[in-house]
Design a protein around this ligand. Structure first.
Ligand code: ATP
Length: 350
């Protein structure tokens, strides 16, 4: 099975080809597990880089309309090279149906529909946040992990129960990466801010910041205001970066631990662009080690937005017969992970 994946929810115009000789292994409940070592993933991405400020939806959509055709063409050329025999060069076209920026999603949806219809292959509508989880599950071989999605526009814990990925805890305001980016814009750094905070924190000392966890949910708006105030008061920016990282990642780690405890699961996977941060991975790995749980963080190219994870989830969906009629393929900027009926896992799996 060979799947084309297309991603473009916000900043990454990306297309990928995922190929496996053992599609049945992609469905849970069979006697085999997927073998990432023998499968093949090719990813071509073209990121949108704002000249100033943060991600501007209209500019991001312009970027998608220029870059999506190019990355799709490259991915399809790659698929054609690997194709030997009759029939279409891919067996299905998977795309991010949401959540994300509406103007960007519409371009991705149009591209996916066009390619699927031209090649006469099924369309596979994926939820971008479920894809962040499933790439970790696929790579780790974990059966039923809890997932911490720490991305730009989102922050939540997901766990599987009764046919859906349930949101166990989530941000009450902004996404975790977006909140860090707001602070870095305030101090005049270019987008994205996360990597710059990680770098600056290497030279700083810890300062206290507001730590806001309410039950299973967290809030980042207070800490952002506090960080901006500290900068305006002349606190060294390196110290603020240490305070930010330790506090925000401490909040994420606390709720991740509670999710493991509440679900009784001993497997944690990480998803999302903020997961590229070594300090966050270190804190999560330490917490898992202390409680005897297993932890998996995909490599950076599969953590930040990428079409590889879309293609892998699309392959799971195609193996389960979960295809999307073009007439129902409208995008959904607010598509929540718990709206997805998880067809590729056994119905009675808890
Ligand atoms: P979503 O997946 O919710 O749609 P997104 O489209 O914004 O999110 P991602 O690629 O998941 O995209 O994450 C991008 C975010 O990751 C940005 O906010 C960026 O600042 C942050 N980020 C990237 N690298 C790091 C890092 N090393 N440390 C902290 N944050 C980082």
């Amino acid at each position: 099975m060979r799947i084309l994946g297309i991603e473009g929810t916000a900043w990454a115009a990306s297309a990928a080809v995922f190929e496996t000789d053992d599609p049945d292994a992609l469905r849970s409940g069979t006697d085999r597990a997927p073998d990432p070592a023998s499968d093949h993933v090719f990813i071509e991405s073209n990121p949108y880089q704002p000249d100033s400020g943060g991600i501007h939806p209209r500019e991001a959509a312009e970027h998608m309309s220029n870059a999506i055709p190019e990355v799709v063409e490259t991915a399809l050329a790659h698929a054609a090279e690997r194709h030997d025999g009759d029939g279409p060069i891919v067996d299905g076209v998977a795309f991010s149906q949401g959540p994300g920026l509406g103007p960007c999603l519409r371009i991705v949806g149009t591209a996916a529909r066009s390619v699927a219809q031209t090649l006469d292959v099924p369309l596979l509508g994926t939820n971008h946040m479920v894809a962040h989880l499933e790439i970790g599950r696929y790579q780790s071989g974990f059966e039923s992990p809890v997932c911490l999605n720490a991305s730009g526009a989102n922050a939540h814990l997901l766990g599987y129960h009764n046919g859906r990925y349930r949101v166990l805890g989530e941000t009450m305001d902004t996404g975790v990466g977006n909140s860090i980016d707001k602070f870095t814009r305030h101090v005049g750094w270019t987008h994205p801010g996360g990597p710059k905070v990680e770098q600056a924190a290497k030279d700083g000392s810890y300062i206290d910041m507001p730590y806001v966890v309410k039950g299973m949910d967290f809030s980042f708006s207070g800490i952002m205001s506090a960080a901006k105030d500290e900068a305006d008061d002349g606190t060294p920016v390196e110290d603020i970066c240490v305070g930010l990282q330790e506090t925000i990642f401490g909040m994420l780690t606390e709720v991740a631990e509670r999710a493991l405890s509440l679900t009784g699961t001993d497997e944690l996977v990480l998803g999302g662009g903020v997961g590229q941060n070594a300090r966050l991975r270190e804190m999560l790995a330490e917490m898992c080690e202390q409680r005897g749980a297993k932890f998996h963080a995909p490599e950076p190219r599969f953590l930040r937005d990428n079409a590889g994870m879309i293609a892998v989830l699309g392959a799971r969906m195609l193996a389960a017969g979960d295809t999307l009629p073009v007439s129902e393929s409208q995008v959904n900027p607010n598509f929540r992970p718990d709206q997805v009926e998880v067809t590729w896992r056994g119905a009675r799996e808890s």
